[in-house]
Ligand binder design. Structure first.
Ligand SMILES: Nc1nc2c(c(=O)[nH]1)N[C@H]1C(S)=C(S)[C@@H](COP(=O)(O)OP(=O)(O)OC[C@H]3O[C@@H](n4cnc5c(N)ncnc54)[C@H](O)[C@@H]3O)O[C@H]1N2
Ligand code: MOO
Ligand SMILES: [Mg+2]
Length: 408
């Protein structure tokens, strides 16, 4: 049995980032991983422009003015945003200018209109600027043409899309989304729409894992429910490993009569990397690698075990597969536990609850009800897992505990 750390390393070492790319529009690029270096031949700001509504002047003309001794300048032109100035501002002159409008030659400073008084075609400057070039946004202040703007391997979010638009990149090259096949195994499973017979269970894992995969920005290929039948399972597993980068199946990985997954993975030529991990819940996670590069995650059937396995092990692997350069780690946060947290101490134990910021300090509130890997009910509406290391059997209320944020 591997430790959580060992299992994480084995899994990450077995994953190779995807190389295939596609070109998408800006709107389609949200959440995708950039696959090219983005540069621009434009400076940003594109040209000197005004940061305020007011008057463009020469600093030397107005530096000594005051409310008692205002300076009068002649207004030679009005420059709204989007218009190229026609005139050059000379000494004794000003241009009326608005936020974002191009600064004309000759003007080097903006006086905000609150500090002026307009009389016909003249303006009185009542207060001097605080410094030369006040309220001017200079060409190239934020970015100079030719430098790297965005580097490959980053996730494209709102702020990166703004940069791409500004750099006039209407299309962008991104890595293809990882493809993840998902299916549930078990004779007892039915669809949410079917009528429940004694002994049966509604398949919730398929939907939970589908949601998890989609929130990762990957494509989920839902392959339904497979009964605990060796031939059926072999067929489905073969199909899955040939149509996806990762396969997530749930159930059939423990030691029971109907737990066939590991045996089938070996028969199909998979190299078994992991059989079990010292984690609670999620101990029987089975991981195999196939010669086509596909990684198979045989995930325990208990619904909480299934999601904890995804958050703790599949999520970092999917991030690496996706082409994300910065190695991704779960969001670990230290918090004060509000309740007594208990573990048998033999496996790294993950306890679900709510992480809250109270008066600037994180607090972990244990979920009400039983901490049982079949209890999918009280897992809902939690946002974090408290982690008790191997050897720790309790953390008292008020003591510090490491937690892991669940954000998908
Ligand atoms: N003798 C032992 N028994 C078990 C051990 C063990 O070490 N020795 N390990 C336990 C642990 S820990 C786990 S976790 C489970 C793992 O079980 P399997 O992966 O083999 O899954 P199943 O046996 O098929 O089902 C377990 C449980 O989960 C429910 N389930 C299964 N699939 C779904 C689904 N798609 N949606 C909702 N619920 C599902 C199923 O009905 C069972 O209750 O094994 C322990 N046993
Ligand atoms: O490890 Mo199992 O996942 O406790 O129920
Ligand atoms: Mg079983």
């Amino acid at each position: 049995m591997f430790s959580v750390q060992q299992a994480q390393s084995i899994i990450l070492d077995s994953v190779q980032p995807l190389k295939t790319t596609e070109t998408v529009t800006l709107n389609e690029s949200v959440g995708r991983i950039l696959a090219e270096l983005v540069t621009s031949n434009l400076d940003f700001p594109y040209w000197d422009n005004s940061a305020m509504d007011g008057y463009g002047v020469k600093f030397d003309d107005v530096v000594n003015c005051s409310p008692e001794n205002p300076i009068t300048l002649k207004i030679i032109e009005e420059i709204p945003a989007g218009v190229k100035p026609k005139k050059i501002v000379q000494s004794g002159q000003a241009c009326r200018i608005f936020t974002g409008a191009m600064l004309p030659s000759g003007a080097d400073t903006i006086i905000i209109q609150e500090n002026t008084q307009k009389i016909d075609d003249k303006v009185l400057i009542l207060l001097p600027p605080k410094f030369p070039k006040a309220f001017v946004r200079h060409q190239g202040d934020f970015y100079q043409a030719g430098h790297a703007l965005l580097t490959p391997g980053i996730r494209i979010n709102a702020s990166e899309i703004a940069v791409l638009a500004t750099a006039q990149c209407p299309q962008v090259k991104v890595y293809c989304r990882p493809r993840v096949a998902i299916f549930s195994t078990g004779n007892e499973l039915i669809l949410p729409s079917e009528s429940l017979q004694p002994g049966q269970i509604v398949d919730s894992n398929q939907y939970a894992l589908g949601a998890f995969v989609q929130r990762q920005g990957a494509i989920s290929i839902q392959l339904g429910i497979v009964s605990d039948n060796i031939e059926r399972l072999e067929e489905k597993i073969s199909l899955a490993i040939n149509s996806a980068d990762f396969v997530l199946s749930t159930g059939g990985v423990s030691v029971g009569e109907y737990d066939y997954i590991e045996q089938i993975l070996s028969e199909l030529g998979g190299e078994i990397l992991i059989r079990s991990i010292a984690i609670q819940p999620g101990k029987p996670l089975t991981v195999a690698k196939f010669s086509n590069g596909c990684i198979y995650f045989g995930i325990p059937g208990n619904p909480v075990s299934a999601l904890v396995s995804c958050w703790r092990f599949v999520q970092p692997a999917l991030k690496k597969l996706s082409g994300l350069k910065k190695s991704w780690k779960p969001n670990f946060i230290k918090a004060k536990s509000c309740q007594l947290l208990e573990s048998k101490g033999q496996r790294e134990t993950y306890i679900w609850g709510q992480l809250k910021l109270v008066d600037g300090e994180y607090e972990f509130e244990l979920a009400g009800g039983s901490q049982n890997s079949a209890n999918l009910i009280n897992l809902a509406m939690t946002n974090a897992l408290a982690i008790l290391p191997v050897g720790t059997t309790m953390i008292n209320a008020g003591e510090s505990v490491l937690t892991m944020l669940i954000d998908c």
